[in-house]
Every structure is written in C-alpha cells, then in structure tokens.
Design a protein around this ligand. Structure first.
Ligand SMILES: [Zn+2]
Ligand SMILES: [Zn+2]
Length: 194
C-alpha cells in the first residue's frame, strides 16, 4: 500500500472499530429508583465478565402500569415490553433493573425475565435483599446475587435455555438458595452455545 493511501485506510479501520465498539454497549436501565451502589457494582462486574462496554442509561419511571393491587407485585411482561420500546440507539443489550417485586401470572414471583434471543432483559432486586426475608442487609451477597441474575437473564437474550447443572448460571432459580448455589458464569456447555 502506498503512503498516500495508508492514512485514509487507517481512518476507515478506526471508524469501523469504533462502530463495532458502540454496537457492543450494554445499557443498564433503572426502572424507578434503584440503589446507585448496586448499579455501579453491576456495571463493573458485567464489564469484567462479558468484556463489553457497560453504561447506566436514563432511568424509566416507576412502572405503575404493571402494578397488580391484589398481588402487590409488578407484572414483569409489560415492563419488558416497555423496555423494548425504549432501546437506546446503538445498544447491544438492555438490562432493566428494578427494586420492585416482579411476577408472571403462573408463578408466585420471578427474579427476572428476558426476551429469548432478543435484546432486552429485566431483573428485580427485591428478593435478592436479605432484608426482604427479615434478615440483616448484606451488600456483598446482594452484589453477587444481582450479578448472577443479570448474567442469567442476559444468557436468555443470547438464546440460552435453562441448564440442568445446578452450578451453572443458567440453572433455573426456584428459590434464593438456588441462586446462592450457582456460579456467576456459564458452565462449559452453555459457554460453547452462547
Ligand atoms: Zn431463566
Ligand atoms: Zn450450563
């Protein structure tokens, strides 16, 4: 390549790489008021795990439209739909985070929900907090559980289904105990599939 062409070539390559990088941005979207320290901690740990750029996006309002008065919980599906309608431009994946307790009609509660193979996922911090169960707050435990649930739901957006391995992050959590048993990353089989 001649000297004259090298600089334009370099610029094209740099622009391409910058574009790629922007496409790989994961947005954390607070839904209602969310603990700032948990958000910052999750941002750092997700970046380390996935090697992607992670940013905290603009918060969405408290999801009153999804509140079920009888259950005193929030229906996660309409919140996920709302997230899908508000995907920031250039987002690779969007993870909504809320402090409110979530449910889907056939279950007592859900820790989160995701669009299988899509771009949006959602987690709730409510039941990950020790204080929900009448115990003393534990920040470290909360951070670990939040990371596991976040990686799990993002795993669904990558097309992964539930895994029978209880140590795998894609194992279905029926209870908080299941969450505490599993690792914060994919087992070798899920890792290959993602
Ligand atoms: Zn799941
Ligand atoms: Zn697995």
């Amino acid at each position: 390549m001649g000297k004259k062409l090298f600089i334009p070539f370099l610029i094209v390559v740099l622009l391409f790489l910058m574009g790629q990088k922007r496409m790989e941005r994961v947005y954390l979207i607070p839904i209602g008021e969310v603990d700032e320290r948990v958000l910052e901690g999750l941002k750092t740990s997700l970046r380390e795990k996935f090697h992607l750029e992670v940013v905290i996006g603009e918060a969405l309002p408290k999801p009153d439209y999804a509140y079920n008065r009888r259950r005193r919980q929030y229906h996660s599906s309409p919140i996920l739909d709302n997230l899908s309608r508000n995907i920031p431009s250039g987002a690779y994946r969007v993870l909504g985070i809320t402090e409110w307790d979530l449910y889907v009609p056939n279950l007592n509660f859900v820790f989160g929900q995701a669009q299988m193979g899509g771009r949006t996922a959602l987690i709730s911090l409510a039941r990950l907090r020790e204080e929900f169960w009448g115990r003393r707050p534990n920040e470290k435990l909360l951070a670990e559980r939040t990371l596991k649930e976040a990686v799990h739901e993002l795993g669904h957006t990558l097309g992964l289904e539930h895994c029978p391995n209880p140590k795998c992050v894609m194992h279905f959590s029926n209870s908080l105990q299941d969450t505490d048993i599993k690792d914060s990353w994919f087992c070798p089989e899920c890792e290959i599939r993602r």
